[in-house]
Design a protein around this ligand. Structure first.
Ligand code: TRP
Ligand code: SF4
Length: 405
């Protein structure tokens, strides 16, 4: 598969954290479910990444992996639309990581902000390891192996996609020159036809002489729109614009996942470490009990005391789940002591259960059938391997390592 055809390929990974909760759903998974209909998607469990920080307790990683995939499926990620797999079942990621490590300057990795941040945050662990330094480069390998165009990530991961772009650029610069590249480019230009060829040459000249980004963009669009030339020729034409040679590993783009506004049971952000979560497989009666126990406006001691939704965590859930008329009912009823807090919580309980019940059912089917789960993951790995093998073949070729066929 070529860089041109993979523009629309999406790839993302998640470290195995075990069961997921509503925060993950509203933050990441809902987004994945939408993307799977719009793009060719690859979603995988980054279990090697988990090992960089949890090498002292690897046993927990396997069950966390399977639990997490069940929740993906429960949330509506569909293995018929998206390719799902586990990173460690794909040694191709390790091979590309190794090869990229040869040409990645140490300073690039030491300067990735998460390197020092995480070492500070996880002080109790020794993260002065080779593997941890390589964390973002392993992520680059994950992305580049599929020549993904778009990488949905949270803000904390944007620097890793940025590094990936630099690594790809360096790789293409170092190895993107096939023998006879200039001749091949000239032949491809001729194949575009006289008119398009002239436009291409003018734009290329303008970009290379002045660095005008608009000239580059127009020229790239022109190349992509060509109907009668091969993908290989398109890549050469694109490579020649930037003077880099052939693009073996295209630069991906981060697709920023908007920060989830999902509040937890205490009004803080929902997070496992705060113990304020509702899991995706929570039983309806447990949802009921958890919400009933939620703290409300502390000034509302008696039913007859008026309250203030602005200081109440339940109101934050109404903001996520309720329509305008319910929200108005809450505002009015709370401030006038017209409704009680349990009454106010009722529509939230119902909305959350309406969202979770179908997920729980879907999840149950996979929980009860580990074989089904394993076959989804092995079929996913097989599909992933087809794409990965193509990329690795090109990479080995570029590095003079094509002994293996
Ligand atoms: N580092 C990512 C995280 O912690 C997970 C991840 C690993 C990833 N490889 C990836 C995300 C490749 C996107 C693409 O969230
Ligand atoms: Fe919170 Fe609703 Fe009670 Fe007001 S009525 S304090 S918004 S739970």
């Amino acid at each position: 598969m070529s860089s041109v055809a993979s523009q629309q390929r999406v790839l993302s990974g998640m470290r195995p954290t075990g069961r997921l909760h509503l925060g993950h759903y509203h933050g990441v998974l809902k987004n994945w479910v939408r993307l799977q209909h719009e793009y060719e998607c690859f979603f995988f469990v980054a279990d090697w990444h988990a090992l960089t920080t949890h090498y002292d307790n690897p046993a927990a990683i396997e069950s966390a992996t399977l639990d997490m995939v069940v929740d993906w499926l429960a949330a509506g990620v569909n293995p018929k639309s998206a390719t799902l797999f586990v990173q460690s079942t794909m040694p191709e990621h390790a091979e590309l990581h190794l090869l990229l490590s040869m040409m990645t300057p140490l300073g690039w990795l030491e300067r990735v902000p998460t390197f020092k941040d995480q070492q500070e945050k996880l002080k109790e662990k020794d993260l002065a390891t080779y593997g941890f330094l390589g964390y973002p480069l392993l992520q680059s390998a994950d992305i580049l192996l599929y020549r993904a165009g778009l990488v949905p990530v949270g803000a904390d991961q944007v620097s890793h996609v940025e590094l990936t772009r630099e690594v790809a650029r360096r790789f293409n610069h170092l190895y993107g020159r096939e023998p006879g590249f200039e001749e091949a480019v000239n032949a491809a230009i001729t194949k575009m036809g006289k008119k398009a060829a002239k436009v291409y040459l003018d734009l290329r000249k303008r970009y290379q002489e002045t660095g005008a980004e608009d000239a580059l963009e127009v020229a790239q669009a022109l190349v992509r729109d060509q109907q009668n030339i091969t993908l290989g020729d398109k890549e050469r034409l694109l490579g020649s614009l930037e003077g880099s040679g052939k693009i073996i590993l295209p630069e991906p783009q981060a697709l920023l996942t908007p920060a989830a506004k999902m509040p937890g049971l205490d009004g803080q952000k929902m997070s496992k470490s705060y113990g304020n979560t509702i899991s995706l497989r929570e039983a309806p009666e447990d949802v009921d009990a958890k919400i009933r126990k939620m703290p409300t406006d502390p000034a509302r001691i008696r039913r007859t005391d008026p309250g203030n939704p602005d200081v109440c965590p339940v109101w934050q859930l109404h903001e996520v789940y309720s329509d305008d008329s319910v929200k108005q009912w809450v505002q009015q009823g709370c401030r006038s002591a017209g409704i009680g807090c349990l009454e106010c919580k009722r529509p939230v309980i119902e909305a959350i259960n309406a969202e979770l019940i179908p997920m729980r059912e879907r999840g149950m089917a996979f929980e009860e059938s580990p074989d089904l789960l394993r076959s989804i993951l092995s079929e996913g790995a097989e599909r992933a391997r087809d794409v990965a093998a193509d990329t690795l073949a090109d990479v080995r070729q570029a590095l003079g390592l094509a002994y293996r066929r």
